[in-house]
Design a protein around this ligand. Structure first.
Ligand code: FMN
Length: 177
């Protein structure tokens, strides 16, 4: 997929649709040494923190990807055309512990522009991030009683703020001047 560089100021993405409907593929690790993993994510945000472009992701402790978000400094978030929804489905329902998910899903890891975590050849959006903050959700601080229902196993997410270092995507992700 041919992607163009997108300055953060011109990044246009549906703040709900991108996550809740389209989904994104989180990848963390180091492609050059073959040590990485990916998983589908539907919760998170793009925004601004400490005056810088930021992506927020949340990862449960059980995820194989979690070891990679812990051990490595960078991650990517990739969007795909609708025709590749089965790939996102697969990566969101199988674990990298059990095999090469990307291969089975038919997506091709390629070098990202600025980070060691992989991008994907078929992606129509790649957001490259460096971890800058993490914290674990604290159930004592849930202020709505329905939140806890998301955690029957008490496997509270760890959230990571990533500083966005680069964005590349197809034209629809770039606002017209
Ligand atoms: C649409 C969708 C959204 C998901 N969002 C998240 C998420 O935001 N955080 C999370 O920890 N798991 C999320 N998951 C679950 C992981 O993608 C899934 O457990 C995956 O198999 C983990 O793979 P891994 O063990 O290789 O890391 C989501 C799954 C789907 C299908």
């Amino acid at each position: 997929m041919k992607r163009i560089d997108i300055p953060f100021e011109q990044f246009t993405v549906g703040p709900v649709k991108a996550w809740q409907k389209d989904w994104l593929l989180l990848a963390a690790g180091d492609l050059s040494v073959g040590d990485w993993n990916c998983m589908t994510v539907g919760w998170g945000a793009f925004g601004v923190m400490w005056g810088r472009p930021m992506a927020l992701i949340v990862v449960r402790p059980i995820r194989h990807t979690r070891g990679f978000t812990e051990r490595y400094d960078t991650f990517t978030l990739s969007g795909f055309p609708e025709t590749l929804r089965p790939a996102l489905d697969y990566c969101g329902s199988h674990s990298g512990r059990d095999g090469d998910k990307a291969k089975v899903a038919g997506i091709t890891p390629v070098a990202a522009r600025t980070v060691k975590a992989p991008a994907f050849a078929e992606a129509d959006l790649v957001v490259e991030c460096r971890k800058i903050y993490f914290d674990d959700l604290e159930p004592r601080q849930f202020l709505a009683d329905w939140i806890e229902a998301n955690y029957p196993k008490k496997d509270y997410h760890r959230m990571y703020f990533g500083e966005i270092l680069a964005i590349s995507g197809v034209a629809k992700y770039r606002a017209k001047d």
